[in-house]
Ligand binder design. Structure first.
Ligand SMILES: O=P(O)(O)O[C@@H]1C[C@H](O)[C@@H](CO)O1
Ligand SMILES: Nc1nc2[nH]cnc2c(=O)[nH]1
Length: 209
């Protein structure tokens, strides 16, 4: 996809995730997703690339899920499991490929938390999310992962840490979209190399539904 839809743009969540079901019908077995995210983990630096190992679905806590409504049995079960949402094998492969490419210095693993946006987080929100176990915060990806997993596709996702979440009341730093875009430009070539090399190494998913 060239870009994606977001909740903050006003789309119903089922429309945001419709492309995943189209991909499933086209025969796609493995979804690879990327996003820009704010770094909550104090060990993360701007420009780090976080392999997502798990997520916290904040809108889900409030009953906002792409799977709300009658279940589409053609795609998957009513109550899909999410404890293995981010494929362990693909995460391992990405770490290995990243090491081969000399990217280990900026390749991390962690937990992504999705919020609705479009406002960036307050300092209190960042502190809370960090204490809850999130390493990065953003406005996408999780809904897409949920629908992909529901349909039996494997998922792999990367967060580019485009800015550091502000956690300190004395800080002069302010989250802003220009910094997000600039960090994206700086890492674009390496991210492209990482993903294209990874794709070249992925075996077909023989367990796909
Ligand atoms: O689509 P992603 O999650 O990569 O985009 C993030 C969330 C907002 O669209 C934007 C904020 O700068 O970056
Ligand atoms: N919610 C959120 N989304 C982002 N996308 C890029 N940076 C950020 C951030 O700091 N917070």
């Amino acid at each position: 996809m060239q870009g994606r839809f977001h909740l903050y743009e006003g789309y119903p969540i089922q429309k945001i995730t419709l492309p995943m079901r189209v991909f499933k019908l086209m025969g796609v077995q493995t979804m690879i997703m990327t996003n820009a995210a704010g770094g909550l983990n104090q060990d993360f630096k701007v420009g780090d690339v976080m392999i997502i190992k798990d997520h916290i679905n904040m809108p889900g806590f409030a009953g906002v899920s792409p799977l709300c409504g009658p279940n589409e049995d053609r795609f998957g079960v009513r109550f899909p499991c999410m404890s293995d949402a981010y494929d362990r094998e693909l995460r391992g492969l990405a770490l290995a490929v990243g090491a081969e490419l000399g990217f280990s210095d900026f390749l991390k693993e962690g937990v992504y938390c999705v919020l609705g946006g479009p406002s960036f987080e307050t300092i209190a929100e960042c502190r809370m999310l960090n204490r809850l176990g999130a390493d990065a915060v953003g406005m996408s990806t999780v809904h897409e992962v949920i629908v992909s997993r529901h349909a039996g596709m494997r998922c792999f996702a990367l967060s580019l840490i485009s800015n550091k979440a502000v956690m300190d009341y004395d800080s002069e730093e302010r989250a802003n979209h220009e910094e997000v875009l600039e960090t994206g430009r700086l890492r674009a070539e390496q991210l492209e190399k990482l993903v294209s090399t990874l794709v070249g190494r992925i075996e077909p998913n023989n367990n796909a539904c």
